[in-house]
Design a protein around this ligand. Structure first.
Ligand code: BGC
Length: 932
């Protein structure tokens, strides 16, 4: 209500005429980013791209007619307008993102300072922005003189973490010191007793055989004249520890990429006089495995024995004479790349809402939220006592934690007390993460207090991009659950789930969820990182993996047991995700970088299916996963939910081909655009002849089949209405519920609205009997469930072999919530929100909705309220953008904007009546439309 009021006030401030008197200097470029990041410390993109947004206050109709970028080698030069690296000069352009640096060639380590100013629509210049900076990473192999070091013994018999340390002397504190660090494993870096950075689980999950990310930290403030120490904890991580499905697929629980964790770092220092020096990892570093982390594993958890702590280990003067010299490895071929995305961090603390004692001495903390990370616990007790923390998403009927659905993942941490008198001891693990709402603690001498434990939420630290609230608590809660599920599954890669022994970058899941994810958060840098993992995993014959990274392919090939590559609807993420980056961020470079890979995928399917029906080579062929046929419910049809697999596959083939043709067009290759366009029409014809009857029935007669065919525009115009009708009949057959699976659920919601049947979509979203989202919410869900019937009162849990309560795929419905309830719709002809539509469709008993999305051009806001015959719609369009705004109204005459007839309002142009809406083109600014 407050926000609504503020928007109304804002609109009042920009009454017609007033903005014309504003001085252009009030418009200012802010939020400067380089390669999607704020002031990155190491980029290895040789031509970085710059972006900003424009703060125009409440002024209307602001656009950018030109910009000037200055880039300098020092902050002082930049301040003096001595742009010694690049001065773009006044460049006539409306572009404000994806602008390529065009200055002097960039070399390793170079730090650059930049600022930008713009000229507005009247040609008046803004003030300069606040300066921003970026630094280049180590671009050449020869830049690295550090060696890969580790404990002399591999992580096989003794799986304790490795501790490494190195002492060195400095004559004075350097004026700039950057440490570049990475591991085959996971590491935590310390200098002089202080933790370096706030990354956790660095260097994160990639295909280490191909590439390994390094991180850069500015450690200038941590160094001192005299003795200094750089020290490291090194765990097994994804490299040498457990990875989901490893046991199931290749009968190997750990050591998938290698069995010997390694660390590599280069501390580079520059003195005031410009002299440079460096400290690198080599055989002179000291190492031990006698430290407190006795074992750590991503899936299983960590065991920590505080009696093994080595006070002062990361400070100068510690006696490491009983340690050994580090072992130096040679011949490690992995390519080192600067981490291009936001690191994994502890992003928030979650406090428990209750603690119970379901059995004597067994305490269960409820965090009130299904989350990801670990618990920090404070305990007291005798030396050598072990406290055990077991993490789970749900409870058994007896109040203990339900762990059956974790399969092979233990998710258990052990802390053994040092027992220092009665002083409290605090523990949190280093090299693991868990998916949980409940923590069951045993081994305590007395009942713990509620504040003795805190949940530490861990995920890739993405900026969250939107807000959303409606008059329906159920729909608002659904949105919150989607958000949590996204947070919980963006851990360096987009995972299917965060708890059981899986946690893989399943491609089908993100293929359907990518649209929602990109409304929820700034995904540009994250997807830039992961889509490289996707290309790394692609086979030479063009198949994308079922999950990326794909750690098992070689072994699966040797075992001749299917290689988890090339599945319809899963592989397609390699095409869909880059396309989303183009739509939302105008990221042409990602289209270019993924175009050949995408073409090879299409070629693989085409060559193996000359009649253009995808019948051959469908790999594991999951189909429209977890559709209603997989539910246990005797009151609903037991078959008829699943669209037949060749039909599904052929539709995915057509869709990906359509996108490749669009990519070619954007990239300016009109010959290939035409070639793939005609392949798309040929697939469409083959699909229609084989699977569509003259009366518009699609083989299988499933809700999903119609939804997908409509969504991918596979039907001739004259059959669309029939397909919609059959889809509605399908919904009736399921007592007004969905029978759709991962791929078709949100697409059916969107197609219902496109067909003018948002009433039915609202009915589905308001359902509280399963299958529905509402069912899970009414049963206490705080994240999205993998299965519609994951838990049913009186029946209990679904198949423990596959029953996650934190799976985002069917949460893709939030894309419908953004596009239909808030009405925010990107425009493919004007990517990156240069132009977009605001077309809210009220319904479902909602009386109001409000929300916002921080697009790459700035904040878009949309809120509406239905009050009897009065409909109020408040919108904000960011500077340098325009929108087509739909206001539900019987006629133009009934619509006002900020109290004047909309036809006469500044910044507003009436276009047409369309159905029951008046349609306007609206310039940037904040507007309040009222229809009576
Ligand atoms: C994962 C899914 C994934 C699927 C493939 C499951 O085990 O959790 O989300 O897409 O396998 O069908």
């Amino acid at each position: 209500m407050r926000a609504l009021h503020a928007i109304l006030l804002g609109a009042t401030l920009s009454l017609p005429g007033e903005h014309e008197t504003r001085r252009a200097s009030s418009v200012r470029p802010i939020t400067l980013r380089t390669e999607y990041l704020v002031d990155p410390l190491a980029l290895d993109t040789r031509i970085p791209r710059l972006s900003w947004i424009i703060d125009a206050g409440t002024a209307r109709g602001v656009s950018q007619s030109a910009y000037q970028i200055e880039v300098a080698s020092t902050a002082a030069n930049l301040a003096a307008d001595n742009a010694d690296l690049w001065n773009s000069g006044e460049t006539a352009s409306s572009h404000q993102n994806q602008i390529e640096y065009q200055g002097a060639p960039l070399t390793s380590r170079r730090q650059l300072f930049w600022k930008v100013r713009i000229w507005d629509q009247r040609g008046a210049p803004s003030a300069w922005s606040t300066p921003a900076t970026w630094s280049m990473g180590l671009l050449e192999k020869a830049d690295w003189s550090a060696q890969w070091i580790g404990d002399p013994l591999p992580s096989v018999g003794n799986v304790a973490a490795t501790t490494l340390r190195h002492e060195f002397t400095l004559a004075s504190r350097p004026s700039r010191a950057i440490v570049y660090a990475t591991a085959l494993g996971v590491y935590e870096l310390h200098i002089n007793g202080r933790r370096v950075g706030d990354h956790v689980l660095a260097p994160e999950f990639t295909d280490y055989h191909t590439r390994t990310q390094y991180q850069a930290y500015d450690v200038t403030a941590l160094l001192q004249p005299g003795a200094n120490v750089i020290a490291v904890l090194l765990g097994d991580g994804w490299y040498a520890g457990g990875i989901g499905l490893a046991q199931a697929l290749i009968a190997k629980p750990r050591n998938i990429y290698g069995d010997h964790p390694r660390f590599l770092a280069q501390l580079e220092m520059t003195s005031g006089t410009g002299a440079s020096s460096r400290i690198v990892t080599d055989g002179s570093w000291r190492t031990t495995r006698e430290g407190p982390i006795r074992s750590s594993d991503i899936l299983n958890g960590e065991s920590y024995d505080a009696r093994n702590e080595m006070p002062g280990w990361d400070q100068a003067g510690f006696d490491d004479s009983r340690w050994t010299n580090a072992d130096v490895a040679s011949g490690i071929g992995t390519q080192l790349v600067a981490q291009p995305n936001e690191p994994i961090r502890v992003t928030q603390d979650v406090t428990p809402i209750s603690v119970t004692e379901p059995k004597p001495g067994v305490y269960v903390f409820d965090l009130g939220q299904n989350m990801v990370g670990w618990a920090r616990i404070t305990v007291r007790g005798a030396a050598g006592t072990t406290v055990t923390l077991s993490h789970a998403e749900m409870l058994n009927d007896d109040g203990t934690v339900y762990t059956d659905n974790l399969r092979g993942a233990q998710q258990t941490d052990h802390y053994t007390l040092r027992g220092s008198a009665d002083r409290p001891e605090t523990f949190e693990p280093h090299f693991t993460y868990h998916g949980f709402r409940y923590v069951q603690v045993t081994g305590l001498a007395t009942k713990p207090g509620l504040t003795d434990l805190v949940g530490r939420q861990v995920n890739s630290a993405l900026s969250e991009a939107s807000t959303f609230e409606t008059s329906s608590p159920l729909i608002t809660k659904l949105w919150q659950n989607v958000r949590w599920t996204q947070r919980d599954n963006m851990v360096g890669i987009p995972t299917d789930c965060p708890q059981r022994d899986e946690r893989l970058g399943w491609m089908g899941d993100i293929q359907v969820f990518s649209g929602t994810s990109i409304f929820n958060a700034d995904m540009g840098a994250f997807f830039t990182k992961w889509i490289q993992d996707v290309r790394d995993a692609q086979t030479p014959d063009g198949r994308y993996a079922d999950f990326s990274p794909q750690p098992f392919r070689q072994r699966l090939d040797e075992m001749k047991r299917g290689d988890f590559m090339g599945v319809p609807g899963w592989g397609d993420a390699g095409v869909v995700v880059p396309w989303r980056l183009w739509q939302q961020y105008g990221d042409r470079r990602q289209l270019r970088e993924n175009y050949d890979a995408a073409k090879r995928w299409i070629e693989f399917i085409r060559v193996n299916n000359p009649d253009l029906l995808w019948k051959n080579r469908r790999g594991n062929d999951y189909g429209d996963w977890l559709n209603a046929d997989t539910m246990n419910d005797s009151t609903l049809p037991r078959t008829g939910g699943e669209v037949p697999k060749p039909v599904f596959a052929t539709m995915m083939f057509a869709y990906a081909t359509d996108l490749v043709s669009r990519m070619a067009a954007v990239l300016g290759d009109s010959a290939e655009a035409t070639q793939y366009r005609s392949l798309f029409s040929d697939i469409k014809s083959a699909f229609n002849s084989a699977y569509v009857t003259p009366d518009g029935h699609i083989a299988g007669n499933t809700q999903a089949g119609y939804a997908l065919a409509l969504h991918f525009d596979l039907l001739p115009e004259d059959k669309r209405a029939a397909a919609v009708a059959h889809m509605l009949e399908g919904i009736d057959a399921y007592r007004g519920h969905m029978s759709t699976g991962f791929h078709s659920t949100y697409r059916m919601m969107l197609e219902l609205s496109r067909a003018g049947r948002s009433d039915v979509a609202y009915k589905l979203i308001n359902n509280t009997t399963f299958p529905s989202w509402g069912y899970s919410i009414e049963n206490g869900a705080t994240t999205i469930w993998e299965r519609w019937d994951g838990y049913v009162k009186g029946r209990g849990f679904q198949d423990k072999g596959m029953n996650s309560f934190n799976h985002y795929a069917i949460g893709a419905v939030a894309e419908w919530m953004y596009r239909v309830i808030l009405g925010i719709n990107n425009d493919d002809d004007h990517p990156g929100y240069e132009h977009f539509a605001l077309h809210p469709i009220p319904g479902g008993g909602l009386t109001w909705a409000k929300g916002s999305y921080n697009s790459i051009r700035g904040r878009i806001a949309s809120s509406w309220r239905a009050d009897g015959p009065t409909f109020t719609e408040d919108v904000t369009i960011p500077a340098n953008a325009t929108a087509t705004v739909y206001v539900p109204a019987k006629s133009l005459e009934r619509v006002t904007e900020s109290g004047v007839p909309a036809s006469r309002s500044t910044g507003v142009r009436f276009v047409r009546m369309e159905g029951d809406a008046a349609v306007f083109t609206v310039q940037s600014g904040t507007y309040s439309f009222v229809a009576r």
